[in-house]
Design a protein around this ligand. Structure first.
Ligand SMILES: [Zn+2]
Ligand SMILES: [Zn+2]
Length: 324
């Protein structure tokens, strides 16, 4: 079968053996997989020594073709899924830092999302696999994992689904696909959401989803931009006593100054990857169209994955979805 692999710093589509169901879990025929910003970061940062371990693609939609499981899934189910699950047992899980859990970091789909078939294990089926509803296109439900990441960031900021958040305002800095769905999810939490980007194409695109910029002081700033310059923009917009949510890596190690944080009593909170609870909320938001991700994806074939990566790096597309 075809599968993507990083070889000599380049992504190539190679022929490998189909995965087999040698432990509990399922084999999934992949219909498509979203290209994540983190895939691009992995490609950029891979070295000759570790590129063999790089797993590309985790925002998968596909159909179960073989299964050995105690869950209710069965052959023929069309599902969307993410790649990591925690152990619920370690010191990280105990304090809710699920994405720091060793099991979380080690767990993955095999061989990678950009493959004709993948193997998922029993815990994926329990925690990160969801049935695709009839009212969504595959490229929409492929947002299950990235939207779950976003929901974790919003919950880390202290917003709760069952609270009245209507007096609170938030600014999302960076209006790429993660930034836009952050604003969409904030609205679903009842928060007044605004967006900022220096790229006019992106701000124009965000306007179609009702996400605009307003000069104001904000309770929370969500940093989805990879530019360290965005830190100053965040400091200019956060209210004294407010929160800045660090939600992307930046190229250099520029950061926040001690006295900004101290005199203004700012909270700097990081958010990385979703918990099991975040998947549940993400699934609800997508199925019930509480977060609108319609018409945000550009579709590529698996053979054109290198082009999709190139186009994404150059900002020619908003979100690439690879049809397998
Ligand atoms: Zn992702
Ligand atoms: Zn754990």
């Amino acid at each position: 079968m075809k599968s993507a692999k990083l070889l000599n710093s380049k992504v190539e589509i190679i022929q490998i053996d189909k995965p087999t169901l040698n432990t509990k879990g399922a084999i999934i025929k992949v219909f498509g997989c979203g290209l994540c910003g983190s895939d691009i970061v992995k490609i950029k940062h891979a070295t000759k020594e570790n590129e063999d371990k790089v797993v590309l693609g985790h925002e998968v939609v596909g159909q179960i073709v073989e299964i050995d499981s105690n869950t209710n899934f069965k052959v023929g189910d069309i599902v969307a899924l993410g790649h990591h699950y925690p152990c619920f047992n370690c010191e990280f899980c105990r304090i809710g830092a699920y994405s720091m859990c060793e099991t979380f970091k080690k767990s993955n789909i095999s061989p990678c999302g950009f493959s004709e078939f993948i193997k998922v294990d029993e815990n994926h089926l329990k925690y990160t696999v969801y049935k695709v509803p009839k009212n969504l296109e595959y490229q929409e439900i492929a947002y299950l994992e990235p939207l779950a990441c976003v929901i974790r960031a919003i919950r880390r900021a202290g917003y709760k689904l069952d609270s009245d958040n209507s007096k609170s305002n938030s600014l999302v800095i960076g209006l790429g696909s993660i930034g836009l769905i952050t604003a969409e999810a904030l609205k679903a939490f009842g928060v007044k959401a605004f967006g900022y980007d220096i790229n006019k194409n992106r701000t124009d695109f965000a306007k179609k989803y009702g996400v605009e910029y307003k000069k104001d002081e904000y309770d929370c700033i969500f940093m989805t931009s990879g530019s360290s310059k965005a830190i100053n923009t965040a400091l200019e917009h956060v209210r004294n006593g407010g929160k800045i949510i660090v939600f992307s890596s930046v190229e250099n190690e520029a950061g926040y100054k001690n006295n900004d944080i101290y005199y203004r009593e700012l909270s700097i909170i990081a958010s990385y990857s979703p918990s099991v609870e975040d998947y549940k909320i993400s699934y609800d938001f997508l199925c019930n169209k509480k977060a609108n991700v319609k018409d945000t994806s550009t579709i590529y074939t698996l053979d054109n994955l290198p082009l999709a990566i190139e186009d994404s790096i150059c900002g020619r597309v908003f979100k690439a979805y690879i049809k397998v």
